[in-house]
Ligand binder design. Structure first.
Ligand code: NAD
Ligand code: TYD
Length: 351
């Protein structure tokens, strides 16, 4: 094997798409997926690659320093792509501490282990930290986030990701750690846990349950198809410049309510329901605390320097996503039949 790469959080939504891409495109890399399998981690997401010869799964916690040190000793990783995180804003509002622990402490545990492992020679090594556009805060009606936009996080989630970004940069500046960071907009696609807007709405529409829209649905997000993100990660890992940050976005801004109307019309067609019947499920509920109004990414740096741009048209990507969820009922049912019910009750009954 030419390289051994550690990918953290590979059993989650984005991580599973990144693992699949690396396992398939790089048979000469040994890919180690390290994941704690929290509620958001699901090895079903990786069924098609689990037997590949260049793929290994290790169950463990990125906050467990002796375990992580042992992993670096065992595999002598050449590169790290760090995606493991607590990732849902609403959960960060009800339980900030797990975000501080996983997103901040866990990142530092990984940085320390990489630093120790690469102490003699860090030539050709790379610590790639995957982050979010939410660290930049909220935009008004105009403007976009660029790589130099000041950090201004508002939720415990975005503040914990901002802290981890700062720490990754600090390890670069202080210890010469070879790092690269990317900050991406909202992803959508197959295998996303149904606490996030799009899969939650798909499931609720299918079941005929209310579709909760926070506030007036005026908030704007810039949606990117997850496979476009995985491709950007592959490019940055190979061609990104050490010490640099790359913004990744979909050039695809949607008000939440408009997105939900589009989704309802796709679902009506797919489920052979009369036009406009799913719209009746839309229910405006109490807004999220500290709800950022608008995110929008300027991706011109990664386009200019690495030749990446989003390739999937939103309506087609959304239709493909709906098709995946409808064809993978068992995947969804296994999730929503368990502790998810408790989460859903706590999260939505008072809204
Ligand atoms: P996810 O919640 O679907 O998956 C997270 C994965 O990390 C899960 O498999 C989980 O088991 C694992 N994990 C959590 N805590 C862990 C721990 N302590 N040790 C080991 N593994 C642990 O998240 P996602 O949506 O796939 O996001 C992946 C990364 O991308 C995150 O860092 C997130 O901040 C970032 N990101 C996400 C989006 C998005 O729209 N989803 C956008 C931009 C950036
Ligand atoms: P989400 O998918 O949680 O992503 P993020 O908060 O990281 O952007 O939410 C996307 C948008 O949808 C956000 O503006 C909050 C809103 N939203 C709802 O209106 N209803 C919901 O049930 C959820 C989960 C989100």
């Amino acid at each position: 094997m030419e390289k051994t790469i550690l990918i953290t959080g590979g059993a989650g939504f984005i991580g599973s798409h990144v693992i699949r891409r690396f396992v398939k495109n790089h048979p000469n890399y040994r890919i180690v997926n390290l994941d704690k399998l929290t509620y958001a981690g699901n090895l079903e997401n990786l069924k098609d690659v689990e037997k590949a010869e260049n793929y290994i799964f290790e169950k463990g916690d990125i906050c467990d320093s002796s375990f992580i040190t042992a992993m670096f000793k065992k595999y002598n990783f050449d590169g790290v792509i760090h995606l493991a995180a607590e990732s849902h804003v609403d959960r960060s509002i009800s339980d900030p501490m797990s975000f501080i622990t996983t997103n901040i402490v866990g990142t530092v545990v990984l940085l320390n282990a990489a630093r120790e492992c690469w102490r003699q020679n860090n030539e050709g090594k790379l610590f790639y930290h995957v982050s979010t556009d939410e660290v930049y805060g909220s935009l008004g009606a105009t403007g976009k986030f660029v790589e130099t936009t000041s950090y201004d996080p508002h939720s415990p989630y975005s503040a914990s990701k901002a802290s981890s970004d700062h720490l990754v940069r600090a390890y670069h500046d202080t210890y010469g750690m070879p790092v690269v960071i990317s900050n991406c907009s909202n992803n959508y696609g197959a295998n996303q846990f149904p606490e996030k807007l799009i899969p939650l709405a798909i499931n609720n529409i299918k079941q005929g349950h209310p579709v909760p829209v926070y506030g007036k649905g005026e908030n704007v997000r810039d949606w990117l198809f997850v496979e476009d993100h995985a491709l950007a990660i592959e490019l940055i890992f190979h061609k990104g410049v050490v010490g640099q940050t790359y913004n990744i976005g979909g050039e695809n801004e949607w008000k939440n309510i408009d997105l939900i109307y589009l989704l309802c019309s796709i679902m009506d067609k797919k489920l052979n329901r009369p036009a406009k019947s799913s719209e009746k499920l839309i229910t405006f509920v109490k807004d999220r605390a500290g709800h950022d109004l608008r995110y929008a990414i300027d991706s011109s740096k990664i386009t200019r320097e690495l030749g990446w741009s989003p390739s999937v048209d939103f309506e087609q990507g959304l239709e493909k996503t709906v098709d995946w969820y409808l064809a993978n009922e068992e995947w969804m049912n296994a999730i929503v039949s368990g502790v998810y019910q408790e989460y859903y009750k706590t999260q939505y009954q008072h809204r």
